[in-house]
Design a protein around this ligand. Structure first.
Ligand code: CU
Length: 368
């Protein structure tokens, strides 16, 4: 992770309405198609369309017949681009852009020590966040980045988090997976006062249990978490000997909402590749902050599921698809034993690929 975040910029020409209807869960396929269609429909500059339709061959039904055909799933190509050549070109260009550069990247949050307590600072703020090149959406963030900066501590550390609210509405933070004192649990009005706009609140807890956890808003959460008020909270074990050994690790926060289908706040081709040298052991820390289930499928390699919600499994097991439901965390260990570029993507296909190629919950696991 980079050491500092950047606030997203928003060119005037790219200002666009937020996608609507995203809360209509249960219709994932339609939502996915809508997202991709609306997004792609608004950036013709990124994907130039042909000037003239190709002459139709005799085997193709006339336009009037095509229009009677039932609509297909996924993002649709505009009329006149339905040649195999054209479709292949669009797919290839999208793939070749990976990993595409965008402004704004999350980072690990620095802390200071005060009398044996690790003190972190977070500020909620609204920014324009670049989800993929040229596509900016309004995000509600911790410190200007999506996901919020990673908080990483050690088991049994005393942790203090000072939160300033720069949003136009109240908020709270819930420490998802932590066994905190009840008053620090961050559920608005059940346990903890809300932090009103412009106000500051300080949470304090002892980091326990170890494992892959999260933090997020627990006030107007359908909107606030979907807009970006979420982040990873990693508690390293006091006794690492009990935990699987690994050479590299990646945190993968999944989300689906007004920012689209994202891994760590970015949509393919702007997602970050996972890179390993042959033989290395790579820990993937999966987290789902969205409202949909995402079965994440890895080609060519095997994932060993070693922990769920931070708890080590008594009997780890092997999969090529790990299903991450909202709120869940799964730790999977991959031995990079097969060189190549392996697709790693959600297998709810409308979250990953349409007629314009791959988008959303897709990255590539590169074994060098
Ligand atoms: Cu999915």
């Amino acid at each position: 992770m980079a050491e500092e975040g950047q606030q997203g910029r928003r060119p005037e020409a790219l200002t666009r309405r937020r996608a609507i209807g995203w809360i209509a869960g249960g219709v994932a396929a339609v939502a996915g198609a809508l997202f991709a269609w609306r997004r792609l429909g608004r950036q013709p500059e990124a994907e130039p369309m042909p000037q003239e339709p190709e002459p139709k061959t005799g085997s193709q039904p006339p336009i009037s017949e095509q229009q009677k055909a039932p609509p297909r799933e996924g993002p649709q190509l505009p009329p006149g681009t339905d040649t195999a050549e054209e479709m292949d070109r669009i797919h290839r260009e999208r793939l070749e852009a990976f990993p595409a550069k965008t402004s704004g990247k999350t980072y690990r949050l620095p802390f200071r020590e005060e009398g044996g307590v690790k003190v972190f600072e977070l500020e909620t703020k609204v920014v324009q966040w670049e989800v993929e090149p040229g596509v900016f959406r309004e995000a509600w963030t911790y410190n200007g980045v999506v996901p919020g900066p990673e908080i990483r501590v050690r088991e049994d550390d005393r942790v203090r988090v000072v939160v300033r609210n720069g949003l136009p509405e109240s908020t709270t933070i819930h420490w998802h997976g932590m066994r905190v004192e009840n008053s620090q649990d961050g559920v608005s009005f059940l346990t903890t006062p809300v932090i009103k706009p412009g106000e500051t609140f300080t949470y304090e807890f002892t980091a326990n249990p170890a494992g892959t956890h999260m933090y997020h808003s627990h006030h107007n959460s359908t909107k606030q978490v979907a807009m970006g008020l979420l982040g990873p909270l990693i508690v390293e074990p006091k006794d690492p000997g009990r935990w699987p050994r690994y050479d590299r690790e990646y945190v993968l926060v999944l989300n689906d909402g007004p920012l689209g289908f994202t891994i760590n706040g970015k949509s393919f081709p702007a997602t970050e590749p996972i890179v390993a040298r042959r033989g290395e052991r790579v820990l993937l820390r999966w987290m789902n902050e969205g409202a949909m289930v995402h079965p994440m499928h890895l080609h060519g390699l095997v994932m060993e599921v070693v922990a769920r919600d931070g708890w080590l499994l008594p009997a780890p097991y092997r999969v090529d698809t790990v299903t991450v439901a909202p709120g869940e965390r799964w730790d999977t260990l991959v031995v990079a034993d097969n060189p190549g570029k392996w697709a790693l993507h959600c297998h709810v296909l409308p979250h990953a690929e349409g007629e314009h190629g791959m988008f959303g919950l897709v990255t590539v696991f590169i074994v060098e």
